[in-house]
Design a protein around this ligand. Structure first.
Ligand SMILES: Cc1cc2nc3c(=O)[nH]c(=O)nc-3n(C[C@H](O)[C@H](O)[C@H](O)COP(=O)(O)O)c2cc1C
Length: 376
């Protein structure tokens, strides 16, 4: 069938907003659409931190499947920052060869590739790293495991520099940018939270000082990478485990708005969740959007499975729609945003389904920890 110009126009008008391209203000890089594969730890890589072919295969399938941005699993910037077995690292030059293959496999299908940089801090277990976990302050590890020790000034600077070196390796490898993992209770969040950061020096005391660690990391990453390299930050809107409430998170967000960042990613776990803001319960995404300049795009993630869910994220003001679990089950998830598309199948999924979706057995067994995701 030959389409007349007005048919094309009609189609364009009904295109889901998340399928439209987006051009980043700073470097001018354009994404094919606004659907983001959110970072997912998958335990598929090698004990020395080298990326495995399985990890590459799983991410390449999502780029091929039409995600505009593909984010890697959290990757540790120092050897002692590793949170899980099978996590790939960015702490040494011996990782660059594998990172290059990974970045190339994401780029070659048209997606923007972001590496998610992190340090586990008190959540980098001694059983994996061989070291006593470190954190902003001395913090209990729970379940009779003793304490994380407080980092000294030298160690703080070492971690900041490690984020810069890791970002540099990612750029050399061909990634378009990095997402700094400031959410979910890892080292950056441990510095942001008043519960886990009780320091009385320049790295703690009030929210501005608790944000200094993140700010120093952003500055170092910028110093080590070129001007067009994309740098974003993922934040939790509230985080009980670190003693950070919405007000604290919003103060950090506002500080982030004056850093040299290309995006903010709010991790909601469920985009329907709300927090008390100006005396009213409001969606986290809407509150974040309200405080951010229009030139700085916002990603939101949490519980998005269907086209309607994605529309809610857009209505709440997000420029980018992040999906995690739906992207595990459906490597080509953006297709469900197209006109007339059927609804995606929901969990549970059989092992066979997940194997066909390019997960290895380790990843599939890990997904059994997520209630009701893998069928018995
Ligand atoms: C298997 C798995 C691994 C995850 N690993 C990470 C991670 O490495 N970094 C991160 O920021 N979030 C991680 N998350 C959280 C997701 O990025 C996402 O925020 C969360 O799953 C909610 O989105 P969803 O409802 O679309 O799954 C992980 C989630 C899952 C299911």
């Amino acid at each position: 069938m030959v389409r007349k110009p007005h048919d094309v126009q009609a189609m364009a008008e009904t295109m889901h907003p998340a399928l439209e391209p987006y051009t980043f203000t700073r470097g001018g890089l354009t994404t094919t659409n606004r659907v983001v594969l959110a970072a997912m730890t998958n335990k598929q890589s090698h004990p020395d931190g080298r990326v495995s072919d399985d990890e590459i295969r799983w991410l390449e399938a999502r780029s091929k499947g039409g995600f505009g941005i593909v984010t890697t699993a959290a990757t540790h910037v120092l050897e002692d920052g590793q949170g899980w077995e099978g996590e790939f690292g960015t702490w040494s030059d011996h990782h660059v060869e594998g990172l290059t293959r990974l970045a190339t496999s994401i780029r070659c299908h048209g997606a923007i590739g972001l590496a998610q940089l992190f340090h586990g801090g008190m959540r980098a277990p001694e059983s994996i790293t061989g070291n006593q976990p470190k954190s902003a302050s001395m913090n209990p590890l729970g379940r009779g495991q003793g304490n994380a020790r407080a980092m000294d000034q030298k160690e703080i600077h070492e971690v900041i520099e490690a984020f810069g070196s890791a970002a540099k390796r990612c750029e050399e490898a061909g990634f378009h940018g990095v997402e700094l993992h400031g959410a979910h209770g890892y080292l950056i969040a441990q510095f942001l939270g008043a519960g886990t950061n009780r320091r009385t020096d320049d790295w703690g005391g009030n929210q501005k000082k608790r944000t200094r660690f993140l700010e120093s990391i952003v500055r170092e990453v910028r110093r080590c990478t070129s001007a067009n390299f994309i740098v974003g930050v993922r934040l939790s809107p509230e985080l009980d485990s670190c003693g950070m409430n919405l007000e604290d998170a919003l103060e950090t967000l506002q500080l982030c708005c004056s850093m040299e960042l290309d995006f903010i990613h709010v991790s909601c776990w469920d985009i329907e969740k709300t927090g008390l803001y100006h005396g009213q319960q409001q969606h986290y995404t809407s509150v974040f959007r309200e405080l951010m300049p229009a030139t700085l795009p916002l990603m939101t993630t949490g519980g998005i499975w269907t086209k309607d869910d994605a529309s809610k994220g857009v209505d709440q003001g997000a420029e980018f729609i992040g999906v995690a679990r739906a992207g595990i089950a459906h490597p080509d998830w953006p297709i469900f945003l197209q006109d007339g598309a059927e609804e995606p199948a929901l969990p549970p999924f059989s092992e066979q389904w997940l194997e066909e979706a390019a997960l290895n057995q380790t990843f599939i067994q890990y997904m059994r920890r997520w209630d009701g995701f893998v069928s018995n």
